[in-house]
Design a protein around this ligand. Structure first.
Ligand SMILES: Nc1nc2c(ncn2[C@@H]2O[C@H](COP(=O)(O)OP(=O)(O)O)[C@@H](O)[C@H]2O)c(=O)[nH]1
Ligand SMILES: [Mg+2]
Length: 305
């Protein structure tokens, strides 16, 4: 299966809770009236696109009705697909290539969202793009987390920078940046711990990692990617706010888009947080990560079965 097919298959439940409800609504009404619009609003709210995004879409729909872009209920689906594609469009972003290598990428997020797996996939992605990559085992909290990253290192032929379990993650980050400079690596990707029950410690730890990295390379980390698990829906939005308070996030990796009914959260992340979704994950395999393509996503969301 190609990536688009996987994305499409993965979004099937989201599509059911979203587009199919809209279709049913459209069938149930001959004309657009207030009751139709109320029902439509309820569908949008139930699809994890978020409260303020729903309000924005409803405003667009009302002006679409006024301007006669929408005349009948069946005009709604193509109208929404177009509006959602536009909403998801990313602003032009700072490209990796404009930085002097090594580009430093810090990967943050709560436990279990898919940070370590994403790092393995990113290493493979950049490797295939001809880049020299290093990965660093900054989650020193459990030995298993270090082992897990090592396995990804072996799988993707990537050198892993690691210290012993329980050591200072900032020291790992320091070594990783040093090694990246010494080995003339293009990209160094640093894993972090995500245990939230020691919330303030985690945030202090991340700040310290940032300070140590910036001492070595003043404009680094060049990317701080927050990994969010799509299956958590609106909870992902709360996590983004939490991490955004502690570190300067540059974008989101949205994992587990395979098989969730909450894929609408992509729209909420972009709209309510103004954070670009940069990568999407649709499985556990090494090739199951791709740069986020808004048009592709909207097409998969609205695809006919
Ligand atoms: N289905 C699916 N599972 C994923 C995806 N990304 C990660 N996982 C799984 O989620 C679990 C937690 O991943 P891990 O990388 O250890 O998360 P971390 O604690 O944030 O480092 C593992 O079982 C991964 O295989 C994805 O895109 N789709
Ligand atoms: Mg991990």
């Amino acid at each position: 299966m190609g990536f688009f097919d996987k994305l499409k298959a993965g979004l099937e439940k989201t599509r059911k809770s979203f587009t199919e409800k809209i279709e049913q609504l459209v069938i149930g009404y001959a004309t657009i009236d207030d009751e139709f619009l109320d029902d439509l609003e309820a569908v949008l709210l139930s699809a994890d696109v978020g409260v303020s995004t729903t309000a924005k879409l409803m405003t667009e729909i009302r002006s679409g009705i006024k301007s006669k872009e929408i005349n009948y209920p069946e005009d709604l689906k193509p109208f929404l697909q177009a509006k959602i594609s536009v909403m998801l469009l990313r602003e032009p972003q700072v490209e990796q290539d404009i930085h002097e290598p090594p580009v430093v990428m810090l990967i943050v997020g709560v436990n279990g969202v898919g940070k370590t797996t994403t790092i393995g996939k990113l290493a493979s992605y950049y490797h295939e793009a001809g880049k020299k990559v290093l990965i660093a085992a900054g989650d020193t909290f459990r030995a298993a987390a270090i082992d897990q990253l090592e396995i990804w290192g072996q799988r993707t032929n990537t050198e892993v920078i690691k210290h012993a379990e329980g050591s200072d993650p900032a020291a790992v980050a320091f070594d990783a940046v040093q090694a990246a400079k010494a080995r003339r690596a293009d990209i160094v990707i640093i894993d972090t711990a995500g245990r939230l029950h020691t919330k303030s410690n985690l945030m202090e730890e991340l700040k310290k990692i940032n300070r140590v990295i910036a001492k070595e390379i003043p404009d680094a980390p060049h990317e701080t990617l927050l990994v969010l698990d799509a299956t958590t829906g609106q909870n992902a939005i709360n996590q983004a706010k939490l991490f955004g308070d502690a570190v300067k996030l540059s974008g989101v990796v949205l994992t587990k888009l395979d098989g969730t009914a909450k894929g609408g959260v992509v729209i909420a992340i972009k709209n309510e947080l103004n954070l670009p979704v940069k990568w999407v994950g649709v499985g556990e395999g090494v090739n199951d990560l791709r740069p986020f393509d808004p048009a592709e996503f909207a097409a998969a969301l609205f695809a006919d079965k």
